[in-house]
Design a protein around this ligand. Structure first.
Ligand SMILES: CC(C)(COP(=O)(O)OP(=O)(O)OC[C@H]1O[C@@H](n2cnc3c(N)ncnc32)[C@H](O)[C@@H]1OP(=O)(O)O)[C@@H](O)C(=O)NCCC(=O)NCCS
Length: 151
């Protein structure tokens, strides 16, 4: 079963090492986990979690629980800030199951949308989000397309 587990002294270095498994192309799509964890340390809105399948560590995900850049009409919304699945665990359905969990949490927390952003070159991860049901806002930030999922 897929669960989201807060970072702790036991899993910290294993989560950091997950970034090394990504291909050079994939590394362009997501910051190294060590950077995300450092950002979380200074950002009280960050919600970083390790992704487990039972006892097996398979990825890392971080939400921003508020984001001033999201348009007023769409507030409150969560922003999916960082998301990665370990290379040899990709394409097994974990990514989709994690989105299910994030959307469940966002609905329970009375959010309007789950926002994210990604590069649009190549199929992944843009097609992953579009297939799931995200809408392309056709807005850009920092060279990335902004997508949103209605809750
Ligand atoms: C993007 C990512 C999180 C998706 O997680 P995943 O566990 O591999 O995805 P899933 O196995 O749940 O696949 C979900 C859908 O994407 C599709 N998909 C998976 N790999 C794909 C590929 N290489 N090309 C095209 N579609 C693909 C699947 O077919 C599935 O769609 P379906 O259910 O309609 O068949 C993961 O691939 C990843 O970590 N990529 C590298 C880092 C990254 O790009 N992160 C996102 C930053 S915005």
């Amino acid at each position: 079963m897929i669960t989201l587990v807060p970072l702790n002294r036991d899993n910290l270095f294993d989560v950091i090492k997950l970034s090394e498994t990504l291909t050079e192309e994939q590394k362009k799509c997501v910051a190294p986990n060590v950077i995300s964890i450092a950002q979380a340390y200074v950002n009280p809105q960050a919600w970083p979690n390790a992704i487990y399948d039972d006892d097996k560590l398979v990825g890392f995900v971080m939400l921003a629980l508020s984001d001033d850049d999201i348009p007023e009409d769409d507030q409150p919304s969560y922003f999916l800030w960082r998301f990665m699945i370990k290379k040899d665990e990709q394409s097994k359905g974990y990514g989709k199951q994690v989105l299910d969990l994030l959307i469940k949490k966002a609905r329970e927390d009375h959010q309007k949308y789950l926002y994210t952003s990604c590069h649009i070159e190549g199929d992944m991860p843009y097609q992953f989000y579009m297939r799931y049901g995200f809408i392309d806002t056709h807005m850009f930030d920092d060279g990335e397309e902004i997508l949103k999922y209605k809750l």
